[in-house]
Design a binder for this molecule. Structure first.
Ligand code: HEM
Length: 441
């Protein structure tokens, strides 16, 4: 029996998630106890954590797209061989990146802190993915549902924005501070927009499959959300560039767009929930739960984004843990919840078997543990950020004094990280076990 390459990506993503979160927990303890695990310093732990969790997001989204295109979208997959080659490049490049981090070899920036040379196989693998996707997608008879448009846009724009993120290698950009900063912030803002296209498209796909019809994916609301997301991808970065001189109306407009996109997405999930029959909810109870959780996190993150956009609040929150709460809030609360829903849907679809009653109990316990600890974790980051802002701006304390004062709340944050890791392990282990059985059979 031919094995599904999509599941290889999802399995790899799940392993990256658990390992990434372990590094996150170590990093959080290093924050509060500087003597904690000194053999691998925070300078290495941070990129190890961030790159692994970003790899989780991409790997699980890509795996879902390969599987859904091959089996569910009426297109088939153009080339299984190309997809396998993509997987091999992904694994080898990933391992090289991890080795570089452990050896302290950096050279890149932000989410891509590895030496720039390693971006070449990533570019190449993305070309393979793009060719395979479009060759498959053009087999579709009739109009594309919105998720196929989202995936197509995410693939093309990841390629463009990833290239932009490397413009600093040219002296023309690197030698001018304002030009360098503007291009870099723009590229990273749009880059997250392009991965959101892959993830939100996946959410809509899973929602339509649970419901049993494609109406949601052809609705006007879905396409409105797509166009807003697309505009947001093109212009939404503008409200992130606070220190670069730019007209304020551009910032306000782009800010308005990103808020509206999330609001429409949240509304779509609420409408989908209320239109679902109880039997379908029960049948797909696990993916359903995770999608509903992502909806709650959309609202919480919207609230935070609204608060930090008020100029009086932004003076205190900018560059503090509040910003980290914003990025972890969306990558964990929204992206990870959606991708876990997709992983559960996909694995049950492939194996055609359900989880045992004990496993279901374990997943449910993990789900609640995860969400409970993550809520406290997220609140701690916000509190630490606000405290830091006030102590720095008003009391004018030194960095060291500030860190001593916020240590108690960061300690709670670090311990909550263990709770998040425990919850995720309970959720992910049955998935890994099913994948293992599938590949062994
Ligand atoms: C699904 C799980 C997770 C995801 C997707 C995730 C994602 C991220 C991202 C994107 C950043 C970069 C933030 C920025 O630059 O603004 C980050 C930083 C960080 N994360 Fe996580 N994270 C996860 C879980 C955890 C856990 C459980 C902990 C443990 C407490 C943790 C601790 C940290 C720390 C200490 C940083 C560095 C913050 C700083 O430098 O100020 N993360 N994470």
């Amino acid at each position: 029996m031919k094995k599904e390459v999509g599941l290889l990506f999802v399995t790899l993503g799940l392993v990256a998630l658990l390992s990434g979160v372990i590094f996150g927990v170590i990093g959080a303890f290093q924050f509060v106890f500087p003597e904690f695990i000194t053999t691998v310093s925070f300078v290495k732990i941070r990129p190890l954590h961030v790159s692994l969790v970003v790899a989780w997001i991409f790997s699980c989204a890509i795996g879902g797209i390969y599987y859904y295109m091959n089996n569910c979208c009426g297109t088939g997959l153009w080339s299984g061989k190309l997809a396998k080659m993509h997987f091999r490049i992904f694994v080898i490049t990933g391992l090289l990146i991890l080795i570089c981090y452990f050896m302290g070899k950096f050279g890149g920036r932000e989410y891509w802190e590895f030496p720039a040379i390693l971006s070449i196989p990533i570019f190449f693998s993305w070309i393979l993915f793009g060719i395979n996707y479009f060759k498959s997608a053009f087999n579709k008879i009739g109009g594309w549902p919105v998720h196929m448009w989202m995936w197509a846009t995410g693939i093309v724009f990841f390629f463009i924005t990833f290239s932009e993120a490397y413009l600093w290698v040219f002296p023309y950009f690197r030698n001018s501070l304002v030009r360098d900063l503007t291009v870099q912030w723009k590229a990273y803002g749009a880059l997250t927009g392009s991965w959101n296209m892959l993830v939100y498209g996946t959410a809509i796909f899973v929602m339509t499959r649970i419901k049993g019809d494609e109406k949601t994916a052809h609705s006007k609301t879905a396409f409105l959300m797509y166009f807003l997301g697309f505009a947001n991808l093109l212009f939404g970065w503008a409200h992130h560039i606070y220190i670069v001189p730019a007209a304020s109306w551009i910032r306000t407009l782009s800010y308005g767009m990103s808020m509206t996109e999330l609001l429409i997405f949240a509304k779509m999930i609420i409408e989908w929930r209320s239109s679902l029959e109880e039997a379908k909810k029960d049948f797909h109870i696990i993916p359903y739960k995770f999608i509903v959780a992502s909806d709650v996190w959309i609202f919480l993150n919207l609230g935070l984004a609204l608060a930090i956009s008020v100029p009086a609040v932004n003076i205190y929150s900018h560059g503090t843990h509040v910003t980290v709460a914003h990025s972890m809030g969306s990558t964990i609360g929204i992206n990870t919840m959606i991708l876990l829903a997709s992983a559960f849907f996909l694995i049950s679809d492939i194996t055609k078997s359900d989880f045992s009653a004990a496993q279901k109990k374990q997943i449910s316990l993990g789900f609640w543990l995860f969400n409970l600890f993550f809520t406290v974790f997220w609140c701690c980051l916000i509190i630490a950020g606000i405290q830091k802002g006030i102590l720095t701006v008003e009391d004018k304390l030194s960095f060291q004094e500030v860190m001593t004062k916020i240590q108690p709340v960061l300690t709670i944050f670090a311990f909550c990280g263990i709770g998040v890791l425990a919850g995720l392990t309970l959720v992910v282990s049955p998935l890994l076990l099913s994948a293992y059985r599938y590949f062994k059979s």
